[in-house]
Design a protein around this ligand. Sequence first.
Ligand SMILES: NC(=O)C1=CN([C@@H]2O[C@H](COP(=O)(O)OP(=O)(O)OC[C@H]3O[C@@H](n4cnc5c(N)ncnc54)[C@H](O)[C@@H]3O)[C@@H](O)[C@H]2O)C=CC1
Ligand SMILES: O=C(O)C1=N[C@H](C(=O)O)C[C@H](O)C1
Length: 239
Amino acid sequence: MKIALLGYGRMGKTIEKLALERNHTIVYKTSSGINKEELQQADVAIDFSIPTAAIENITSAFKLQVPVISGTTGWLENYDEVVKTCNQLNGTFLYASNFSLGVNLFFNLNEHLAKLMKNHEQYQVSLEEIHHTQKLDEPSGTAISLAEGIINHSSLTDWKLVEQEDENAGKSIPVTAKRIENVPGTHSISYKSAVDDIEIKHTAHSREGFALGAVIAAEWINGKKGMYSMKDVLQLNNL
Ligand SMILES: NC(=O)C1=CN([C@@H]2O[C@H](COP(=O)(O)OP(=O)(O)OC[C@H]3O[C@@H](n4cnc5c(N)ncnc54)[C@H](O)[C@@H]3O)[C@@H](O)[C@H]2O)C=CC1
Ligand SMILES: O=C(O)C1=N[C@H](C(=O)O)C[C@H](O)C1
């Protein structure tokens, strides 16, 4: 498969290594803006760039009829607009806040736990994410997805970025974001009562899991039309 890498930083480079190991070819890579002639050589584009570039990169791929995978976080307030553009331009799109198999299983576990805890209001839920100090956005896209998973199954209505996890966030889920040198991505969800705590946690040991998930998604989407998610790729819909 011929792949275009839109964003050639930490993730772009890890994806390149895994894609080559899986016998794919990188036909185009960019760290600034799009060259249309080069992008249209690709079977699939993979965007891991920066929040302010993602929408333009994704839209360029739609216009050229190149299926696009995006893992860039920090632009999700415009997600509905991008879905509209994808439909108007008959494009192909898959966004995931986290492409690793482990985190996608963890998303499922989080929703199961939220359902279980729904009627036990003596437990206060909170969410913590830890990432490397170069990360541009906070909270992480993964933390937002986890918060949405809890909101879908509880009486909480929103999430709120707070300094301290015990800060009163009202009907919102308090989310803390810590930045520590070289941490690839750690997410934990705690339910705390006066007498005990329940906690689930996912710790990425490197970027390889994210990159492998993105390449698997690119292989899966090649030749398809429309909007998809990692639930489609990993067939996690009916768990
Ligand atoms: N969904 C997932 O599984 C994961 C998502 N991410 C997200 O992916 C994004 C990239 O992460 P990293 O690779 O760690 O960041 P990075 O900072 O190492 O790489 C971003 C690259 O994008 C380039 N860039 C800037 N403007 C551009 C443009 N107009 N077009 C193309 N490239 C452009 C930068 O020069 C840089 O090389 C972030 O938003 C991060 O949150 C990161 C890891 C996993
Ligand atoms: O910026 C990162 O590094 C990561 N970003 C994603 C996010 O915002 O959730 C995924 C992963 O945690 C690493």
